[in-house]
Design a protein around this ligand. Structure first.
Ligand SMILES: Nc1ncnc2c1ncn2[C@@H]1O[C@H](COP(=O)(O)OP(=O)(O)OP(=O)(O)O)[C@@H](O)[C@H]1O
Length: 650
């Protein structure tokens, strides 16, 4: 890829204007100097944003072994991210680059507390926060869903991050152009996959570019990237930075955190910010860094055939390890005025007026898309992601193994008194085996989504309600599909009550019990943010609830200290409904080779109601629909509680 790419640029400008055409009706910044010669769409471009970080001192509170202490991570850092410029932020590991990126992106957890002294952020010269829709951040760790294709991933972001007046065709065009610009067209239909999972998916370099595409597709005025080239081979890294340079040429203000770039990459940067332990070592034209450092006393000259980035890093690392602290930040304070050339102001340089903050914020809706668009897109995405995760070849094989195991263990049960216990034990086993796995898988799935959800919510892509509804719908289908298939197979193979009404009641009860277990897993994973602890607690809780389900200990024999807990058990209502459905309203033939003495009666044939009451299922609870209703109530309660917890979660 070469830096000019004029055709691409034209296409890109067009679509940029498509996005902002109606958003920026009065923005002077959006009008380019050569407007008179351009086509109607070209009259507007992205809103130009200059982000100035002044004297940033970042000292978050951290908990040491004894007390809460402040840890100073950035000390008086000032820099500017201007439109049409590609900025590099460099420094050794731990010097505060990512922290500075978080300050610039406006995503600090507690900025009022953690930014101290005269720290100030200006947008086009005015103090304030940048509207979230005007900034895109590519973090070190990309969070992409493995079961979506590249195109689906970028399109999802495009629809939710661009104004709703854009037609579906315009969004498709925007996606096409973004994919083309990032060299992803050839892999657009490939699954993202997971580097460590069974589905290998696209390469590491392609993943990085997809992460950039997801941000770039909304054409943010400010683009911040944290080590986008890490893990890429040198030519792929160069390609990516060349692309960023092209984007800067379109008016984007871009800052890239980067470690030791090769010379051809380094030469593409307009400005350089060098940090050492949170303090500035250099801030200015990237091309001047060599002259500046070589002008300092005791600084060795750049050895021939050594890359500038390697030389810089070696020097800072040596300086950091000096006894009594480094001298390079002190040197910069003394020499800054001499080396920072008097700056031509951005409006003068670009020959444009920059929009005021009020103009930038004008007509920025809370969400770009309406409720139903969010709901539709989230439902489709959740279904695709879950289907790929839950209905896999391995899951199908496991379900088949469970069916084979159950069929062999219980066999086809004759409908006689000798097999009453076998029937009841199998009914309970169906609940235990399927519920436990659903609780765990629901927790694992949400833990992988949690950070993506919090990032996308911070970007104001969608609200909690559409996410929650979409997840509920997807869960109701995908998590429950295979357990229900297992139940159906076992019902007929093992010979349960062979009437249509009994079968469909069994099916409904099984579905509700498993989806209540699924809701429990989701509730626990949100209520206990530490996944390790949640994963340890969940089996304990589910086993207790299962034991109190009525099969091992009849309800009327449970110790009063635990009896209350059995009312919270979905297994209780599921098992009761199963037993009533299987035995109530009929008589069970005697087996000539055995007796029904296990039930303390010589009655023969045995009335089914006798079996039901022997499990302690009595009174109003001996009605199957009362138990089914309780499963619905548990489900609704857990889902509503989950919704409110989600709203509070960050
Ligand atoms: N919220 C926080 N509380 C306490 N310490 C923090 C916090 N955020 C960052 N740090 C610490 O501040 C230092 C700088 O972290 P930061 O991630 O900004 O460095 P970096 O230059 O991006 O490093 P790298 O290049 O390795 O990613 C690290 O030692 C980190 O542990």
């Amino acid at each position: 890829m070469v830096p000019n790419g004029n055709d691409d640029n034209d296409a890109n400008v067009n679509i940029t204007q498509l996005i902002h055409d109606e958003e920026q009706p009065h923005s002077a910044a959006a009008v380019s100097p050569d407007d008179s010669t351009t086509k109607p769409f070209d009259r507007r471009s992205i809103p130009l944003v200059e982000l100035t970080l002044e004297n940033i001192t970042y000292a978050p509170s951290t908990r040491s072994s004894k007390a809460k202490v402040r840890r100073q991570i950035l000390s008086g850092v000032s820099t500017k991210i201007s439109p049409h410029q590609l900025n590099a932020w460099m420094g050794p590991s731990g010097c505060g680059k990512t922290s500075l990126l978080s300050v610039a992106a406006g995503v600090l957890a507690d900025p009022a507390n953690d930014l101290i002294q005269d720290s100030c952020i200006r947008i086009n010269g005015e103090k304030g926060d940048l509207p979230k829709s005007l900034v895109g951040v590519v973090w070190q760790e990309d969070l992409l869903l493995p079961n979506l294709t590249v195109r689906e991933t970028v399109r999802f972001a495009a629809r939710l991050k661009t104004p709703k007046h854009l037609s579906e065709e315009d969004v498709d065009q925007l996606v096409d152009e973004t994919l083309a610009r990032l060299g992803l067209t050839a892999v657009q239909d490939s699954l993202i996959g997971s580097p460590f999972g069974a589905r290998r998916g696209i390469s590491g370099g392609e993943r990085k570019r997809v992460a950039v595409a997801v941000e770039l597709v909304a054409r943010p005025s400010v683009l911040l990237l944290d080590e986008p080239t890490s893990g890429l081979d040198s030519s792929t890294a160069l390609q990516l930075i060349v692309t960023l340079k092209e984007l800067a040429a379109l008016g984007h203000a871009i800052a890239v955190v980067i470690h030791q770039p090769r010379t051809s990459i380094f030469d593409l940067f307009d400005n350089l910010l060098l940090l050492e332990k949170g303090r500035v070592v250099y801030e200015g034209h990237a091309s001047e860094i060599k002259n500046y450092l070589e002008s300092l006393p005791d600084v060795p000259k750049l050895p021939p055939e050594t890359s500038r980035a390697d030389w810089l890093m070696d020097m800072i690392t040596d300086d950091e390890s000096r006894e009594g602290g480094g001298i390079l930040p002190l040197m910069w304070e003394q020499n800054r005025d001499k080396w920072q050339k008097p700056e031509v102001s951005t409006p003068k340089r670009l020959n444009r007026r920059l929009s005021s903050l009020a103009e930038l914020k004008q007509e920025q809706p809370k969400f770009q898309s309406g409720f139903f668009t969010q709901l539709r897109l989230l439902t489709v995405r959740a279904s695709k992601q879950q289907r790929g995760e839950r209905i896999t070849k391995v899951a199908l094989l496991l379900t088949s193994c469970w069916i084979a195991f159950t069929s062999l263990a219980w066999g086809r049960m004759p409908d006689t008194t000798s097999y009453i216990f076998n029937r009841a034990s199998l009914l309970f086993f169906i609940i235990i085996a399927q519920s436990n796995s659903v609780v765990t898988s629901s927790m694992v799935t949400f833990s992988s989504e949690r950070r993506l959800l919090s990032r996308e919510r911070a970007k104001k892509m969608y609200g909690v309600m559409p996410y929650f509804l979409a997840k509920t719908v997807a869960d109701m289908i995908n998590s429950v599909a295979l357990p229900v298939c297992y139940g159906i197979a076992v019902y007929w193979i093992c010979g349960f009550r062979a009437t249509a009404q009994a079968f469909f009641t069994f099916l409904l009860t099984l579905y509700l019990t498993i989806s209540a277990a699924q809701s429990t897993g989701l509730f626990l994973s949100i209520a206990i943010p530490n996944f390790g602890i949640a994963l340890m607690l969940a089996p304990l809780l589910t086993v207790c609830l299962m034991i109190l389900g009525g099969f091992y200990i009849p309800y009327d024999s449970i110790h009063p200290a635990l009896a209350w807990m059995s009312w919270l058990s979905m297994a209780r209502y599921g098992f009761s409904a199963f037993v009533i459905n299987e035995f109530e309203g009929r008589v069970i033939d005697c087996d000539t080779s055995s007796s029904s003495s296990a039930f303390n009666t010589d009655e023969c044939p045995l009335p089914g109601s006798f079996v039901v009451s022997s499990f302690g299922i009595e009174g109003v609870w001996s009605n199957v629909w009362v138990n089914v209703s309780m499963l619905v109530i548990i489900q609704v309660f857990l889902r509503v509680a989950t919704y409110f917890l989600l709203r509070r979660a960050k």
